[in-house]
Design a protein around this ligand. Structure first.
Ligand code: IPD
Length: 298
C-alpha cells in the first residue's frame, strides 16, 4: 500500500507528547458524573479534552482516515478495513484520578483491521512505546525530559536479547484487571478466572506466581511486549484499549489470542484476550494450558 507508516508513526508520537503535557497539567478531579456504568467507571473532563485534541490533530493531518475514540464511541460503530485511528485518550483513567502514575495515551492505527502502528505514552514516566508493523518495537524514555541530547534513551523490545522459554503457568507472572463491570455474568467469569489462575494445582488451579492489576490495558500489553510480564488476560477490553499495545506486542514477538479456546487469531473487537510474551518456545503450550484451566468462556 502507499501509506507512509513512518510518517503516521511520527505524527502519533508528536500528538502523544502534546497530549501527555495536557494530562500532566490537568485537574484529575474534574469528573464528569452521570455518563458511565457505575462508580468504578469514570470519565474526566481531561479524557474528553485529550480526545478532542487528538482527533483534531489527526483529522487535520489525515482527513480521509477513520477515527474511533473511547469518548466519542457510539454503540454500533465498527472498525472497518479502512485506515483507522483507534484511540484511548487516557487508558487508566482511575489511575489518573488517583495520581497513580500508570496511565497513558494509547494511539493505534489499523489497516484491514490489523493493528499496524502503535504508540503508547506514559507521561508520568516519559516512557514511550512504539511500533510499526514489520519494523520492530521500541521503548524510549526521557525524550520530553531531554535525556541523551533530547532524543531519550531508546531500547528495542523485548528488553532481553535472549528471553527465556515459556514454561508452565505456575512459573508465570501475569496481569489481569477487574475492569469496570461489577455484576452479572461478566463479573462472575472474571472472578472465576482469577480464582482458577491462582488456586493450587491439586484443586484444578494453575497456581500462577502472581497476578498484577496495574490498571491500564495498554501498559499491560507493553509490559508483556517488554518481557516484564509473561502474559495478560482480560475479558471486557475494547479496540481502543488494545490496538496500539497489540501492534507493539506483535513486533516484540508476543502473541494475542482470544479468551475462548481455539481463537488463535482474534479480531480487533474480540473483547476477551490473552497476550503472551515473546519466547523461543512454549508460547502455544502456555496458551493451551491457559485455556484448559479457565475452560470455555463462550
Ligand atoms: C480501562 C483500563 C483498565 C481495564 C479496562 C479499561 P480506561 O481503560 O485499561 O485497566 O481493566 O477494561 O476499560 O477506561 O481507563 O480508558
Amino acid at each position: 500500500s502507499d501509506l507512509n507508516l513512518q510518517e503516521i508513526h511520527d505524527t502519533l508520537i508528536s500528538v502523544a507528547h502534546e497530549a501527555g503535557r495536557m494530562i500532566l497539567s490537568a485537574n484529575p478531579q474534574d469528573i464528569d458524573t452521570g455518563t458511565k456504568l457505575n462508580s468504578a467507571d469514570i470519565v474526566t473532563e481531561t479524557d474528553k479534552a485529550v480526545e478532542a485534541l487528538v482527533s483534531s490533530r489527526l483529522s487535520k493531518a489525515y482527513p480521509t482516515f477513520a477515527f474511533i475514540g473511547e469518548e466519542t464511541y457510539k454503540p454500533g460503530m465498527q472498525v472497518t478495513d479502512a485506515p483507522t485511528f483507534i484511540v484511548d485518550p487516557i487508558d487508566g483513567t482511575l489511575n489518573f484520578v488517583h495520581n497513580f502514575p500508570e496511565a497513558c495515551i494509547s494511539l493505534g492505527f489499523a489497516v484491514d483491521k490489523i493493528p499496524t502502528v502503535g504508540v503508547v505514552y506514559n507521561p508520568y514516566q516519559d516512557k514511550l512505546y512504539s511500533a510499526i508493523r514489520g519494523q520492530g518495537a521500541y521503548v524510549t524514555q526521557g525524550a520530553v525530559w531531554g535525556l541523551e541530547g533530547g532524543k531519550g534513551r531508546k531500547a528495542k523490545l523485548p528488553l532481553s536479547k535472549n528471553p527465556p522459554p515459556l514454561k508452565e503457568l505456575y512459573t508465570c507472572m501475569l496481569a489481569s484487571e477487574w475492569g469496570n463491570s461489577r455484576d452479572g455474568v461478566n463479573f462472575e467469569v472474571k472472578t472465576e478466572v482469577f480464582k482458577k489462575l491462582c488456586a493450587s494445582k491439586d484443586t484444578g488451579g494453575a497456581m500462577v506466581q502472581s497476578i498484577r492489576s496495574m490498571g491500564s490495558a495498554a501498559l499491560n500489553l507493553c509490559a508483556v511486549a517488554a518481557g516484564q510480564l509473561d502474559g495478560y488476560w482480560e475479558g471486557g477490553c475494547w479496540a481502543w484499549d488494545v490496538c496500539a499495545g497489540w501492534a507493539i506486542l506483535a513486533e516484540a514477538g508476543g502473541i494475542m489470542v482470544g479468551g475462548n479456546p481455539g481463537v488463535w487469531e482474534p479480531r480487533i473487537d474480540e473483547r476477551k484476550y490473552f497476550a503472551v510474551r515473546g519466547a523461543p518456545s512454549g508460547q502455544k503450550e502456555l496458551v493451551e494450558e491457559f485455556w484448559n484451566v479457565i475452560g470455555d468462556r463462550r
